[in-house]
Design a protein around this ligand. Structure first.
Ligand code: M6R
Length: 357
C-alpha cells in the first residue's frame, strides 16, 4: 500500500536505500562473504561470453551490468534488446551464458528469446524481482532482486536493485576465478545506500529545478559519456514515459555528429558528470550546447563539481555511480509528471508487465 505517499512511484524511489541494505543482507554470509548459489557461480565461471537480454529499464540496467562483468570478472558481455535479438541473433560463442534481466519476470519479448535459446541447448540465469515468475521458472538459475513489489509502471527500485545484484554477481565471479580485486561490493553498496538517503531528502531542490526548467517544454535532452550515458538513457525513458516530454539520452561525443542540430534557444539539456575520465569532455559538450542557447543543468558528483552545477550527488565508487545519479533523474521525471497533471503511476498506453510480443 501507498501509506502516506501520494504515489507508488515516490514511495518506491524512497525505498531504494532500504532495498540496497536488504540486498547486502541477503547476499552476504555471516562471516561477510558473498552468498551466491554454487550453480550460478559455476555457470558464470564456465562460460566464455555472456548475453544479457532485457527490455526497457531492465535493458538499461544490463548496460551497466556489462561494465561490471567485463571490468571485474573479465568475461566479454553483449547486451541485447529482447525484441530485436529474435530477428538478428548474433553469432554465439562456444560456451554462451544468457542472463535475462526482468523486474516482472513476465516480459514476453524476453521469454521468446529464452524459449529459443533453450531449444538450442544453452543455459540461462534470470535476475528478477518475482521468483516463481515465468522467466524464473524456465531458466536454469534465478537471482532475486529483493526489491519488494514494484507497483508504479515506471520502474525505479527494480533498476537500482538490478544494478546492485549485477555488481555482486560480477565480484562473486571474479572471486571464483581468483582474479585480483580492490572492490568490496558490500562496503560500497552501504555507501550507496547512505547516498541515496541524502538524495531522496532533496526532493524540494529537484522540484524547483523542474519548475524552473521543465515546466512547459516539449522536449529535453540528457547527455553523458561512458557510464553516465547509460543513466541518461534511463533518465530520458523515465521522463518520457510519465511526463510525455519528448526526451532522448545522447552520448556526449555524438552531439557533433547530428544531434546538436536539435538545440534551440531554451532547450533543456541535462548533463550527468560523475566520471573523472570524461569530466572535461562532457563539460565541453555542456558549453557547446549552452553556446547554442540550451538551458543546461549539470548533475555532477562530489569531487568533480563546478560552481554552476545544478545539483551535486554525494561521492560513491565510480563503478556504482548510476545507483546514485539515477535518483535525481527519477525525481525529475516524477515532478515533471506531477506538474503536468499526468497520471504518475499509470501513464497512458503502458502496462506494468508487457506480456505480448
Ligand atoms: O518487467 P521487466 O523488467 O521485464 O519490464 C521491462 C520493461 O517493460 C520495463 O522496464 C519498462 O520499460 C518500464 N515501464 C520502464 O520504467
Amino acid at each position: 500500500e501507498k501509506g502516506t505517499y501520494p504515489h507508488f512511484m515516490l514511495k518506491e524511489i524512497d525505498e531504494q536505500p532500504f532495498v540496497m541494505r536488504r540486498i547486502i543482507k541477503e547476499y552476504q554470509t555471516e562471516d561477510n562473504k558473498l552468498k551466491l548459489d554454487a550453480d550460478v557461480r559455476q555457470a558464470m565461471k564456465a562460460c566464455d561470453r555472456i548475453y544479457i537480454i532485457a527490455a526497457g529499464t531492465s535493458y538499461h540496467a544490463g548496460l551497466v551490468g556489462k561494465e561490471f562483468i567485463e571490468k571485474l570478472a573479465n568475461i566479454p558481455v553483449e547486451v541485447h534488446i529482447a525484441s530485436e535479438f529474435s530477428y538478428n541473433m548474433p553469432l554465439l560463442s562456444e560456451k554462451p551464458l544468457f542472463i535475462f534481466i526482468s523486474q516482472s519476470g513476465e516480459t514476453a519479448d524476453s521469454r521468446a528469446v529464452l524459449v529459443r535459446i533453450k531449444e538450442l541447448g544453452h543455459s540461462a540465469l534470470t535476475i528478477t524481482n518475482v521468483p516463481g515468475s515465468t522467466l524464473s521458472r524456465e531458466a536454469d538459475y534465478t537471482l532475486n532482486l529483493y526489491a519488494g513489489p514494484e507497483i508504479a509502471v515506471a520502474s525505479t527500485k527494480a533498476y537500482t536493485a538490478q544494478i546492485a545484484v549485477l555488481a555482486i554477481l560480477a565480484v562473486d565471479t571474479a572471486q571464483a576465478k581468483e582474479l585480483e580485486l580492490d572492490f568490496d561490493p558490500m562496503q560500497e553498496l552501504a555507501i550507496v545506500a547512505n547516498a541515496m538517503e541524502v538524495l531522496t531528502d532533496q526532493k524540494e531542490a529537484i522540484e524547483e529545478l523542474v519548475r524552473e526548467n521543465l515546466g512547459t517544454t516539449r522536449n529535453a535532452f540528457f547527455i553523458g559519456r561512458s557510464t553516465d550515458y547509460h543513466v541518461c538513457q534511463e533518465g530520458s525513458l523515465k521522463l518520457k514515459e510519465i511526463s510525455y516530454i519528448q526526451a532522448e539520452g545522447f552520448a556526449g561525443g555524438e552531439l557533433k555528429h547530428g544531434t546538436i542540430a536539435l538545440i534551440e534557444e531554451g532547450t533543456p539539456v541535462i548533463a550527468i558528470a560523475t566520471q573523472e575520465n570524461v569530466n572535461l569532455s562532457i563539460r565541453g559538450n555542456v558549453q557547446e550546447v549552452a553556446a547554442r542557447g540550451a538551458n543546461t543543468m549539470v548533475f555532477s558528483m562530489k569531487g568533480l563539481e563546478q560552481d554552476t552545477d545544478a545539483f551535486v550527488i554525494p561521492h560513491v565508487h565510480e563503478l556504482l555511480t548510476p545507483l546514485a545519479s539515477v535518483v535525481p533523474m527519477q525525481l525529475l521525471a516524477y515532478y515533471a509528471a506531477l506538474h503536468r497533471d499526468c497520471d504518475v503511476d499509470k501513464p497512458r498506453n503502458l502496462a506494468k508487465s508487457v506480456t505480448v510480443e
